[in-house]
Write a protein that binds this ligand. Structure first.
Ligand code: GAL
Length: 421
């Protein structure tokens, strides 16, 4: 299962993926139905379980429309976004596609690739049902551009309890130093790489968590609006802290996607993994229950959020089908069904939480009461070109360990891509 994901990742950029994305099918084999191509990166595990739950609602609520899956595997959509952008540029869009709420929408809006959904929002009953802060992130030029389905939290550390217990680690560290001390303890006890980590974008997630601890939520958020300088000493100190933590991760990190790193955690080769809370759904899908989680040490009440949403391409062939998918995504029942499986919480405040895990219920409370900070790795803080530049900088640092080069690459990306106002 996991090797399929790796194999697909390895051939990214190739036309093979374009083909793969266009021919996956699902739903009933009804030759009279109109086909709706729904483009995502949710190809397996907990991610696919979430998508399948939406598909099953869609089949009930949109008779005459047949779901056609266009999943391109690869965490955080690193492969899918390349394929999607190529298709959008070639005027070959799917009928709807997955995109993060926030800055990730901007390039699609600027280039006229997606439809203004403002009037649909009221006809689909979305008015007044989404948190104000979330609405702001999908509002550009006074219009609404995508339908958020669920909110994930990024700044969470997941544990293998057995591994930690063997070293007598029974409580969650509250500070970066305490976390580093626990990592050292595990290593002394024979866990060579106590922190399971994957490729570039998962490394960016780790750096972002360290930055939240070292700068605090407000200055962290300012990194993406121009209010906080990437060139500052405080950012350099955070990069140094990040380097100390990176040292405890698996040396083959650059070739692993997040489920491969998750495998290290499940197999007891690592004690910790920093990952968004889709990991819980995937740990469950892997029948692993010996885990726990805590907010990244030093992040306090910061809730680093990202929201999965769907947009409607202006040139979609089956506009009615794409709209019906969005309507399913917008419905309280669709959101409940999806999020139970996906591990996120509904974007709608009035969606039922029946069947939610204790973790999800706690996350829903934290989302209401915590301090919201956006994520660059998952598009709430950064546009796609900015994400790509940051990922490349982290990937290079993973090999070179050159902190000065990392800081100047991140600063250059911010200067190039920041948008004021
Ligand atoms: C995020 C996405 C999540 C999850 C994750 C790992 O960008 O929002 O839903 O799929 O990537 O692939």
């Amino acid at each position: 299962m996991r090797s399929t994901r790796r194999a697909l990742a390895a051939v990214v950029g190739a036309a093979a993926l374009l083909v793969a994305s266009a021919c996956g099918t699902g739903g009933d084999d009804d030759s009279t139905a109109s086909k709706v191509e729904v483009f995502t990166w949710w190809a397996e595990g907990g991610e696919k379980a979430g998508l399948d739950a939406l598909v099953s609602r869609f089949t009930t609520t949109c008779p005459g429309q047949e779901f056609v899956g266009g999943a391109v595997a690869g965490g955080a959509g690193v492969n899918a976004k390349q394929v999607l952008n190529a298709r959008l540029q070639q005027n070959d869009p799917p009928d709807t596609f997955q995109v993060h709420a926030g800055a990730e929408l901007l390039d699609h809006i600027d280039s006229g690739q997606i439809k203004d959904l403002t009037s649909e929002f009221s006809s689909w009953g979305l008015t007044g049902t989404l948190p104000e802060g979330l609405i702001e992130t999908i509002t550009v030029n006074g219009a609404l551009w995508s339908v958020p389905v669920g909110v994930h939290r990024a700044n969470v550390v997941w544990t293998n309890d057995q591994v930690l217990a063997r070293s007598g680690i029974l409580t969650a560290p509250k500070t970066l130093d305490a976390f580093i001390a626990d990592l050292g303890r595990l290593r002394r006890d024979g866990i060579e790489s106590p922190l399971a980590l994957g490729r570039d974008w998962t490394q960016l997630m780790l750096l972002e968590s360290v930055l939240i601890s070292d700068l605090g939520p407000k200055r962290f958020t300012g990194l993406f609006t121009g209010a906080t300088k990437w060139e500052s000493r405080a950012v350099r100190a955070a990069i140094d802290d990040y380097a100390r933590i990176l040292d405890f991760s698996n040396p083959d990190r650059d070739s692993l996607d997040w489920p491969d790193a998750e495998r290290l955690l499940i197999d007891g080769k690592a004690g910790y993994q920093l990952m968004g809370d889709w990991l819980a759904a995937d740990l469950e899908a892997n029948n692993f229950s010996g885990y726990d989680s805590f907010t990244f040490p030093g992040n306090g009440r910061a809730f680093q959020w990202l929201a999965d949403s769907f947009a409607l391409p202006t040139r979609a062939v089956n506009q009615a089908g794409g709209s019906c998918w969005l309507q399913t995504v917008a419905s309280p029942e669709g959101q409940q069904a999806f999020n139970v499986q996906k591990g996120s919480i509904p974007a709608r405040t009035d969606a039922p939480t029946t069947g939610f895990s204790d973790y999800q219920l706690a996350a829903a409370d934290d989302w209401k009461s915590g301090v919201a900070v956006p994520s660059c790795a998952h598009g709430s803080a950064c546009s796609q070109p900015w994400q790509n530049a940051a990922n490349a900088a982290l990937g290079a640092f993973s090999t070179s360990g050159d902190a000065t080069a990392l800081q100047s690459a991140l600063a250059a990306a911010a200067r190039q891509f920041v948008r004021q106002g």
